[in-house]
Design a protein. Structure first.
Ligand SMILES: NC(=O)c1ccc[n+]([C@@H]2O[C@H](COP(=O)([O-])OP(=O)(O)OC[C@H]3O[C@@H](n4cnc5c(N)ncnc54)[C@H](OP(=O)(O)O)[C@@H]3O)[C@@H](O)[C@H]2O)c1
Length: 245
């Protein structure tokens, strides 16, 4: 049978997805596997990471537990990694507090997870030469990096840094034919947004700000990630893709 033409296919590619135990990362791992990728899924919660693994299509996927804020766990993750063609840097947390009430420990926690972990994991896997030539990095930033709302300064600043970091990676790793892009995701209902962050009424009100009068689904972010991982985006690097309407 003739193979179907599909430049968006991930067949033959191995993709590392962080934050694969929940929400957008889980949907990304699942959708990548459906498009033919071999997935390396990482997260902290063993039971939820196992649920993700059970939902993957195809064979040969790997899961590695790691807290990305801990240097020794990042080092172990990288040492256990196979060679990869894609890196989805997605793990993240949110804390909301007006600037005048920001606690230093919380600011550290947000930046250590969202920003420092992205830097240090990227550094570690590139130094260990785990990314193949022609590979692609996708950094999960947020519309919050561009559109600020009250009480969201810690998260917004951490995600603006991630968006900028993606551009630095695009520049510095271009000689290795490695691309790097950011995704600016709008509101997607996941444990991050639904659990305790906004009330049901706030969520309903928020939807009215969107053109389609609804929030995104995790898969709708995953499909944008897949575009950026696939050969369909072979000439796209250093950009930010807004996935929000
Ligand atoms: N949901 C939205 O509306 C939205 C919008 C824009 C951008 N984003 C971004 O999209 C990404 C995913 O968000 P989500 O909504 O899918 O959130 P989520 O459901 O809460 O999932 C967050 C993931 O990050 C992982 N994680 C958090 N801290 C970690 C750490 N220290 N080490 C390793 N893994 C860690 C979690 O792992 P465990 O659960 O295993 O600990 C989990 O898998 C985040 O970067 C978020 O900022 C989300």
């Amino acid at each position: 049978m003739m193979e179907m033409y599909n430049p968006y296919s991930l067949a033959g590619k191995t993709v590392l997805v962080t934050g694969a135990s929940s929400g957008i990362g889980r949907a990304t791992a699942i959708e990548c596997s459906r498009l033919g990728a071999t997935v390396v899924a990482t997260g902290r919660n063993e039971a939820r990471l196992r649920e993700t693994m059970a939902a993957l299509t195809g064979e040969g996927h790997v899961s590695i537990l790691a807290d990305l804020t801990k240097a020794e766990e990042v080092a172990r993750l990288v040492s256990e990694l196979p060679q990869i063609d894609g890196f989805v840097c997605n793990a993240g947390i949110i804390k909301r507090r007006p600037v005048s009430y920001v606690k230093e420990e919380e600011l550290h926690e947000v930046f250590e997870t969202n920003t420092f972990a992205a830097f240090m994991l990227t550094k570690a896997l590139m130094k260990a030469r785990k990314m193949n030539r022609g590979g692609s990095m996708v950094f999960m930033s947020s519309m919050a990096a561009r559109q600020v709302t009250p009480g969201n300064a810690m998260y917004a600043a951490s995600k603006a840094a991630v968006e900028s970091f993606a551009r630095s990676c695009a520049l510095e790793y271009a000689p290795m034919q490695v691309r790097a892009n950011a995704i600016l995701a709008g509101m997607v209902e996941t444990p991050l947004t639904v659990k305790g962050l906004l009330s049901a009424e706030d969520l309903e009100r928020d939807k009215q700000h969107y053109l389609l009068k609804r929030h995104g689904k995790p898969e709708e972010i995953a499909w944008a990630v897949i575009y950026l991982l696939s050969d369909a985006s072979a000439w796209t690097s250093g950009t930010s893709l807004m996935v929000s309407c």
